[in-house]
Design a protein around this ligand. Structure first.
Ligand code: T4K
Length: 405
């Protein structure tokens, strides 16, 4: 069989226009426009409007929790949840996550203590969590990375035993379940992201979900400057409110969740087929007995078996206009201000460092079909077969600072 003609070796890119990771899932446009028209007719644009309330009710019912407090982003929601829960001192978090998980703590001068992950699950390793606890520790924030639940039971047991607050960054996990129970219903609270790139998007947005009524009331105050009525501020607050336009988008996309899962799942199965044939690449698996949103196509590269390392392979894909992403590289501990504060943290995070050098994400969503995935599969197979030539070409390009002739 002849080799696939790769752009990195001088051919034309496989795709004329870039294929992005993180293209938004968008539901029915006419429904969105109708909601926006109604919103303009009402002339009520933000501040706990009817669309925000409807979205909150629908999310709470869907997850099976008592309270949902919608916010302008998951980052602000995390900040408010952390402050509302009274966390101080040190809080244990993974470093293999989006930087917002740690920033939400550092922003309020709470030290994120980076804990290593279990390389099989990509999530916090509870055994290591236990070892990171000090007298200053007040909480643990687990991240359900890629929508796959943390080891919730063991983290719960540690938090109970050590009298710590446990909450979850569930930014990736809307629509996912753990032991049949929707994610969102665990810990003191959980935080979802509705950013444009997330499974459920409200342009920008997020939410805190909890079963604790008093806590939810406090969070509502904190998201609105602490106002408990006209002229009456009873708490320190910020502006964390979701707009009505965002809620319109969130509600419209909520109507299409099943369609989004179906598309994501179809793509996931197609990737499973094409990746199965390529030595050295493994696709992250989801527990099929649970509900999954299949929003992320996460691939690990075994450089020795594949013939190229992750960064070399990402260069091959970019040359074809497949804009694969190295989430979450290089690990939050290697980003500022953390790398200056704690320059040697990497020594405590061998699994994070190992994984951050192996993982990349491929495009999925409504703009990607099985034919496109077939082509991406051919590129990946071609890259494996031509690994030695590619490595030479990339090295030549690096030394010349240009494209190989
Ligand atoms: N916790 C975790 C675990 C998270 O992953 C995140 C966010 C948060 C907390 C905080 O949530 P938010 O405060 O954002 O609600 C992106 C997103 O901006 C970020 O929300 C997300 N995680 C993270 C994983 O990915 P970047 O810096 O990679 O974004 P960007 O602009 O490169 O977008 C990714 C790709 O998506 C682009 O290559 C193109 C495509 N895209 C993006 C947007 C915004 C589109 O096609 N259309 C669009 O409108 O962080």
């Amino acid at each position: 069989m002849s080799r696939y003609l790769l752009s990195v070796l001088g051919s034309k890119p496989a795709f004329e226009t870039p294929l992005h990771v993180g293209r938004p899932n968008v539901g029915d446009r006419s429904t969105l426009m109708r909601r926006l028209d109604d919103m303009l007719d009402r002339n009520w644009l933000t501040n706990d409007g009817p669309l925000v309330r409807e979205l909150e009710q629908r999310i709470a019912a869907y997850i099976g929790v008592e309270h949902c407090v919608a916010m302008c982003s998951a980052t602000v929601a995390l900040e408010i949840a952390i402050r509302g829960a009274g966390l101080t001192g040190e809080v244990i978090v993974p470093s293999f996550t989006f930087v917002a998980t740690a920033h939400a703590l550092q922003w309020q001068e709470i030290t994120p203590v980076f804990c290593d992950i279990d390389p099989r699950t990509h999530n916090l390793d509870p055994e290591r969590v236990e070892r990171m606890i000090t007298p200053r520790t007040t909480g643990i924030i687990g991240v359900h990375l890629w929508g796959r639940p943390c080891d919730i039971e063991r983290l719960n047991a540690i938090a109970d035993r050590r009298n710590l607050t446990l909450m979850f960054d569930a930014a990736h996990a809307f629509g996912c379940s753990h032991q049949g129970q929707m994610i969102g219903s665990f810990g003191r609270c959980e935080v979802f992201s509705f950013h444009a790139t997330k499974f459920l998007s409200s342009f920008e947005g997020g939410a805190i979900v909890t079963n604790d009524r008093e806590f939810a009331d406090k969070l509502r105050l904190m998201r609105n400057f602490g106002f408990a009525g006209y002229d009456n501020v009873i708490y320190i607050g910020t502006n964390g409110k979701m707009t009505e336009a965002s809620a319109a988008m969130g509600l419209t996309n909520f109507d299409s969740l099943d369609d989004f899962v179906a598309v994501n799942r179809r793509n996931y199965e197609a990737y499973t087929n094409v990746l199965g044939e390529v030595p050295g690449l493994s696709l992250l698996t989801y527990n099929r007995s649970e509900r999954n949103n299949y929003q992320y196509i996460v691939v690990e590269v075994d450089a020795e078996r594949f013939g190229l390392d992750r960064d070399e392979l990402v260069s091959v894909l970019h040359a074809e206009n497949v804009l694969a992403r190295r989430y979450f590289y290089p690990g939050v501990h290697r980003m500022e201000p953390y790398r200056s504060f704690f320059p040697h943290t990497g020594l405590l995070l061998p699994e994070t460092e190992w994984l951050a050098a192996r993982v990349f994400l491929l495009p999925t969503g409504q703009n990607i079909d099985e034919k496109t995935i077939g082509t991406i599969g051919s590129i990946l197979r071609g890259a494996h077969e031509a690994a030695a030539d590619i490595r030479r070409a990339l090295r030549l390009r690096a030394t010349r600072g240009g494209v190989p002739s």
